[in-house]
Design a protein around this ligand. Structure first.
Ligand SMILES: NC(=O)c1ccc[n+]([C@@H]2O[C@H](COP(=O)([O-])OP(=O)(O)OC[C@H]3O[C@@H](n4cnc5c(N)ncnc54)[C@H](O)[C@@H]3O)[C@@H](O)[C@H]2O)c1
Length: 429
């Protein structure tokens, strides 16, 4: 292990750069700065850089006061200038990893970030990838790209993968409270990376390779997509059999071992669960291996908005075509502002083609759908009374569900917020 870099890390003298200041990168950069490391945040988005330079956070998990404090303490700065990397000891990459087409990874953001690092790579630097990606990315893509500098990975500089596991909006598990998995190109790379994260996170778990660390993250996310897909299928089956799926899940979870509850809904959203497992699906295909569970779960979840429309048609009968539908909640999950891949938006798009639909979301005043800006309605007793059906798509805490209940004619509850109501006004998913 490099003694110099090791000493710098232990003495908080290592300069750290975080590339990509999104949901993952910004809280991570802030966590290191709060521990006294000098952190440079780099992003290609001028708007984001400008906001932070104005001491303004765009992330609900990082406060303006925190940005002001660490900036004043001169432990945090941001820039779009990659040449600043020449003075940095550790670079952590947190750029997006979306899908290009259905089931095909788009790793262009990683490639672009790594090319920028290669220009300023120097001896003893530690480069860590946190973006979720397919097993092999660090060794097959990042290592050769960085070695174009003329330096040798594992000898002149260090490379590792350490998946981010952040859950935006989760106050109990902020980045410093979530155990960190690390896997380096060499044992020394793993040890240095483990040492680095142990400065901000108590529980660091080392695995034997970058691939094992990459696969760990995809196992976690595939576990979620498969179980959500499975419970969505069970929900449809229970409806066909006339059984309340929510009651069944509540009963099953009284078993103190061997069962873990997952809940049905309109599908999966955000940047991770709908996309990351498909990186694994794609990679496995290169080995003639078909991840049937992932594909089936992805398709089942993807079809949930269409299933919800079918249920609405059943509820409203002939009046569906001229009905007025209100969708409650458009973000991809409870109490989070993120709209990416939100299944609720897919539901609205499907409904727009067949009937009249509005939405209400206290966390999203506007959404863009089909190139048009759509505005959230105001919730009042009078407005709610206008709708033939209210669909509870997301169970945000800030919604007055009693007011909705008192004034709605019919409610399609996809989140079981009306768990205790048994009257005919409530139809559960
Ligand atoms: N959001 C989550 O809950 C979450 C959780 C765990 C892991 N992840 C993974 O972490 C990675 C980042 O996700 P995110 O949600 O933070 O994405 P994000 O879109 O919120 O942020 C990514 C940032 O990277 C910037 N960027 C893109 N290309 C760049 C480049 N070449 N150089 C510098 N900056 C660049 C973008 O401008 C953006 O600000 C993804 O791989 C994601 O799958 C996300």
């Amino acid at each position: 292990m490099s003694i110099t870099l090791k000493n710098k890390i232990v003495n908080k003298k290592a300069r750290i750069a975080v590339i990509g200041l999104g949901y993952v990168g910004l809280p991570l950069a802030v966590a290191f700065a709060q521990k006294g490391f000098r952190v440079l945040g780099i992003d290609t988005d001028a708007h984001r850089i400008g906001r932070i330079q104005n001491l303004e956070s765009y992330n609900a998990d990082v406060s303006n006061a925190c940005i002001s404090r660490i900036t004043r303490q001169k432990v945090f700065s941001v820039s779009m200038d990659f040449s600043l990397l020449k003075d940095v000891d550790v670079v952590i990459i947190c750029v997006p990893t979306p899908l290009k087409r259905k089931y095909t990874p788009d790793i262009s953001f990683i490639v672009s970030a790594v090319k920028s690092i290669t220009k300023y790579l120097h001896k003893d630097m530690l480069v860590i990838l946190e973006s979720t990606t397919y097993p092999g990315t660090t060794e097959e893509l990042i290592k050769p790209e960085l070695e174009k500098s003329g330096l040798k990975a594992g000898k002149d500089f260090h490379v590792a993968f350490s998946p981010e596991r952040i859950d935006p909006g989760n106050k109990n598990f902020v980045v410093t409270k979530i155990p960190k998995v690390v896997g380096g190109l060499t044992k020394a790379c793993s040890q240095l990376t483990g040492l680095l994260y142990s400065q901000i996170i108590q529980n660091v778990h080392q695995v034997s390779s970058c691939r094992a660390a990459e696969m760990t993250k995809l196992l976690e996310n595939s576990f979620r997509i498969v179980n959500i897909g499975w419970i969505n299928e069970i929900a449809q089956m229970c409806n066909a059999l006339g059984i309340d799926v929510w009651e069944v899940i509540d009963a099953a979870k009284t078993k103190p071992f061997g069962f873990m509850p997952f809940y049905p809904g309109l599908g999966v959203g955000g940047h991770c669960i709908p996309e990351d497992p498909l990186y694994l699906y794609w990679k496995a295909k290169h080995y003639d291996f078909s991840c049937k569970f992932i594909k089936l779960a992805a398709d089942t979840n993807h079809n949930m908005p269409a299933y919800a429309v079918t249920r609405l048609k059943e509820m409203l009968g002939k009046s569906f075509k001229n009905a007025r539908v209100l969708v409650l909640g458009v973000t991809y999950k409870k109490d989070v502002k993120d709209l990416r891949k939100s299944p609720s938006l897919s539901l609205i798009e499907l409904l727009q083609k067949q009937t009249r639909v509005d939405y209400y979301d206290p966390l999203a005043a506007f959404v863009k759908l089909g190139g048009l800006d759509i505005k959230s309605i105001e919730v009042t007793p009078a407005t709610i009374k206008k709708y033939d059906v209210v669909v509870v798509a997301v169970d945000h805490s800030a919604v007055d569900y009693d007011l909705i209940y008192r004034n709605a004619r019919l409610i399609f509850d996809t989140r079981n917020v009306y768990k205790d109501k048994t009257d005919k006004k409530i139809v559960k998913l």
